[in-house]
Design a binder for this molecule. Sequence first.
Ligand code: PGA
Length: 275
Amino acid sequence: MGMTKRHPLMVANHKMNLHHLEVIQYLQKLTYRLQPEDTERVEVVIAPAFTNLRTAGLLIETDRLPFGLGAQHVHWSEKGAFTGEVSPLMLARLHTQYVIIGHSERRQHFGETDELVNRRIKAVLSQAQHPFDKRISEDGELPTLQPILCVGETWEQREQGETDQVVSEMLYRGLAKLDTEQLHTVVVAYEPVWAIGTGRSAQPEQAAEVMIRIRKVLAELGSDETAEHTRLLYGGSVNPGNIKDFMVKEAIDGALVGGASLDPDKFAAVIRYWV
Ligand code: PGA
């Protein structure tokens, strides 16, 4: 492994922050702080709250901002009686390109399980392969919706030496019954639960070790090419001061950024990690 050049990816996970007017300001500020070369070198995705997807998407489109759009969650059905939920089709129609699935906050507070993660991923990917609703799409093809699967151990599990096992199981279950082609659209975010929102990031070496394990599981689930091709993000207290140490690791292709992504200065500095 190690020959493929994977395109770096930085994802802003806004969580439940910023309303739709604030997100306009945010995108404008972020744009001013970046050069065209930066966003050629690094793919940048903004995952705002559901209520901001339309606003953010329109601004990105009309001002040709160099950002992709992500969602933070998705239901597994195309439509139906699921009060409060949002379908893969609804996201695709807003030109959403990525969707975060199985974030540890969903697992902790909203009863997310690996089985539900798997249903969501399968729904997103089956839509990607058979875009329904093409007839009424005014502007041609809908984008492929790519899952960003989040996995990670708790501090207790790490202390018990269970990290590899816990992370592997989340992958086996979350990515069960996907064919190799489907696997190739998945991004995996390794986010140790104890590092999220704590200001205490993992050591880059610790993260890289888990990434190597993740690639082994991906090779088992798909092929060597799957392992080589899949982008792996680190998440958990990423900031402008520590991002470079993660990005110099061959195994790490980008970051899923929470707190620091809400500040355009900080997120721009994370994107320009080499500066
Ligand atoms: P954090 O969150 O950067 O605030 O630690 C990361 C995440 O939850 O994705």
